[in-house]
Design a protein around this ligand. Structure first.
Ligand SMILES: Nc1ncnc2c1ncn2[C@@H]1O[C@H](COP(=O)(O)OP(=O)(O)OP(=O)(O)O)[C@@H](O)[C@H]1O
Length: 255
């Protein structure tokens, strides 16, 4: 499903947190959201998820205007994994993942064996099935992050919004998650700080000071002048002789 946004903006106490952000993410592609600390990535994701009532602008899910959809219908299309989840500490891991099924349940369609199967598959996909009976509070940061991702998968969304989903993960689970995301038949917007990992996205959007300053194919967007101008680093692009894959080596700029 295509996700698009026109002129998104947010002003809080007179300060423009986000201004004039328009973008379009083609169905089943991944948009990497990058930018320095405080540039507006999390805010943009919250607006794309429809979680900021004071926002300006419009979001469209496919042909539908989000503003005209019920919260339940939005939740059937979009799953959002925030940086800090508000999950209640009293819940068990399996309960957290079951929350992902909420938009699909009703008095006429209570939690069923097929919902159980979907949750079990999501737990297995994120490699946390062995934690199912454990309390949320007892998990490590990386385990909690993987359980939140399992909750999002259980939601079976068309669109996945992920705010720095790799920040607590060990390198094995980082690579496994990025591969899972590229294999899933869903539209993904993912905020990332690792610019080498971001180069694996189909498109990149660069945020700076609450504005979208560049959007397009990674090689066109992450140029050396932009790395210097927006991220305040120098860089050299190295090539792995084994497979010709490129990697940035970042260098501190003299201040
Ligand atoms: N509710 C709020 N009230 C006031 N300021 C806010 C609020 N939410 C966000 N901001 C400010 O808006 C700016 C953008 O924040 P945001 O969390 O979107 O940045 P980010 O790019 O995700 O940063 P990071 O990379 O550090 O996670 C920051 O300066 C932040 O302090």
């Amino acid at each position: 499903m295509r996700l698009s946004a026109q002129n998104l903006g947010l002003t809080i106490r007179g300060r423009n947190i986000l201004a004039d952000v328009s973008l379009s993410v083609a169905s089943n592609t991944t948009l990497g959201l990058i930018g320095p600390n405080g540039s507006g990535k999390s805010t943009l994701l919250r607006l794309l998820a429809g979680l900021q009532p004071k926002a300006r602008g419009a979001v469209q899910l496919g042909d539908q205007a989000m503003a005209r959809m019920s919260r339940r219908d939005v939740a059937r299309q979009i799953a959002f994994v925030e940086q800090q989840s508000e999950t209640s500490e009293a819940l068990k891991v399996c309960d957290v993942v079951e929350l992902g099924r909420t938009p699909w349940l009703s008095p006429l369609a209570p939690f069923s064996a097929s919902d159980r199967l979907i949750c079990d598959q999501a737990l297995a996909r994120m490699g946390v099935e062995h934690l199912a009976a454990q309390s949320w509070r007892s998990l490590s940061g990386g385990e909690q992050q993987r359980v939140q991702l399992a909750r999002a998968l259980a939601q079976q969304p068309q669109i996945l919004l992920l705010d720095e989903p790799t920040n607590h993960l060990d390198i094995h689970h980082q690579l496994a998650l990025l591969r899972l995301i590229s294999d899933l038949p869903v539209t993904v917007v993912i905020a990332l700080h690792d610019l080498n990992q971001a180069m694996g996205c189909d498109q990149l959007a660069v945020m700076e000071g609450g504005r979208l300053v560049a959007c397009g194919p990674p090689e066109k967007v992450l140029t050396l002048p932009r790395l210097a101008g927006v991220f305040r680093v120098g860089a050299r692009r190295l090539t792995d002789p084994a497979d010709a894959a490129g990697q940035f080596r970042f260098l501190a700029l003299e201040s």
